[in-house]
Design a binder for this molecule. Structure first.
Ligand code: ADP
Ligand code: MG
Length: 351
């Protein structure tokens, strides 16, 4: 990303709220036949015919969920969309529409909001999403951005968090822990930059994990891939908060236990090398990190042959009876209780 050192700054006040909305939403294209009415009326109108509608929403707050010191604002727009699409894919549904609501302080010029929308529109183009509305308002301090995503699915295809059974296999897509480590690198560089603003960091060796943090891609491909493999997961969730809390969500809602095998957790080589450099444990990063936006799901054991050689999927554990609890089986073959943020190394199971 090339930073413009002297960007043009147009005050939003000059445009007014309606001028701004027009400016941001002109030339928005609609591609789904389910969109009866998009931007421009009091409400959008959708028609999913014989399909079910899936709806998910997220609110991102500056200083809590993002830091514009290292997050280019275009990436923020892109990521805000991804976070929501990921939730729709986690229902095994196709994401089709979004609404976007923003609150901005007078600190932001028109050009910044335009960049935000470039990221939003790029995400919509790439993932075939209709932008059908939103709201625009001012804030006294900082920026807030809320995206609501809509999707469609056949009723029989929808996968909830509560369908896992003892004996099911636990599967994750892609690799885990990269986004959180990317954040650690960016926060370190931000501090270096504050001390010496002329320093140009060389981040090549962290390119993958920084991209995982700044430009995550939701797993749009997975619902279709599962369908092609003739697999319907028994439960599914997206990995936004780290593997351990997602596993605990599935276990709690499905009333099952789980054994997760440490050696099976898929890690990118950059995650492993950066963990060594930062002197942190890669398993802890995968369990407690977050923002990977991969999908975590359970399948019946009978479906194992359909998935076993597929590079998109890694089997990382299996579900057990609820009374057996939720555990990490370490590389040293120790059974350790899992807790919401990682695991509790002090509380080891008596073998
Ligand atoms: P209302 O007064 O009914 O809330 P607005 O003037 O806020 O209407 O919005 C006019 C139209 O522009 C609506 O269709 C609304 O959904 C859309 N819109 C407003 N803000 C945004 C935004 N930030 N992004 C996309 N669409 C927006
Ligand atoms: Mg409005």
């Amino acid at each position: 990303m090339i930073e413009d050192k002297n960007p043009k700054k147009t005050s939003i006040g000059e445009l007014g709220e309606f001028g701004l909305i027009d400016y941001l939403t002109k030339n928005i294209k609609i591609s789904h036949s389910s969109t009866i009415k998009g931007i421009g009326d009091d409400a959008a109108v959708l028609d999913f015919k014989n399909k079910k509608a899936v709806v998910s929403t997220d609110l991102l707050v500056e200083g809590v969920h993002f830091d514009l010191a290292y997050m280019p604002i275009k990436h923020l727009g892109y990521k805000a969309v991804m976070v929501n699409l990921s939730d729709v894919y986690a229902m095994n549904a196709e994401a089709t529409h979004i609404t976007v609501s923003i609150a901005i302080s007078n600190r932001f010029p028109l050009e910044a909001v335009e960049e935000l929308y470039k990221g939003i529109r790029l995400a919509c183009e790439k993932y075939n999403i209709d932008l059908i509305g939103g709201d625009t308002t001012s804030s006294t301090k900082g920026m807030l951005i809320s995206v609501t995503a809509f999707g469609e699915a056949n009723q029989e295809d929808i996968v909830y968090r509560n369908g896992a059974n003892a004996g099911d296999l636990l599967v994750v897509t892609g690799d885990i822990g990269g986004a959180y480590l990317g954040l650690q690198v960016l926060e370190r560089e931000k501090q270096v930059f504050q001390v010496n603003p002329n320093m140009q960091p060389d981040l090549d060796m962290y390119s993958y994990i920084i991209e995982r943090q700044l430009k995550p891609e939701a797993r749009q491909d997975i619902p279709g891939l599962l369908k092609a493999l003739d697999i319907k997961p028994t439960s599914m969730i997206d990995v936004s908060d780290g593997l351990s809390s997602e596993i605990l969500h599935i276990c709690k809602q499905s009333k099952v236990g789980c054994n997760l095998f440490e050696e099976k957790i898929p890690l990118d080589p950059q995650v492993i090398s950066t963990c060594e450099e930062f002197k942190v444990d890669s398993t802890t990063m995968a369990l407690s990190g977050g923002e990977d936006y991969e999908l975590l799901f359970t399948i019946k054991q009978d479906d194992y042959p359909k998935i076993k050689a597929n590079p998109n999927f890694t089997i990382i554990g299996h579900m057990t009876q609820e009374s057996e609890g939720v555990h990490l089986i370490t590389r040293a073959n120790q059974k350790v209780e899992m807790v919401a943020k990682g695991w509790n190394p002090l509380k080891k199971e008596e073998e």
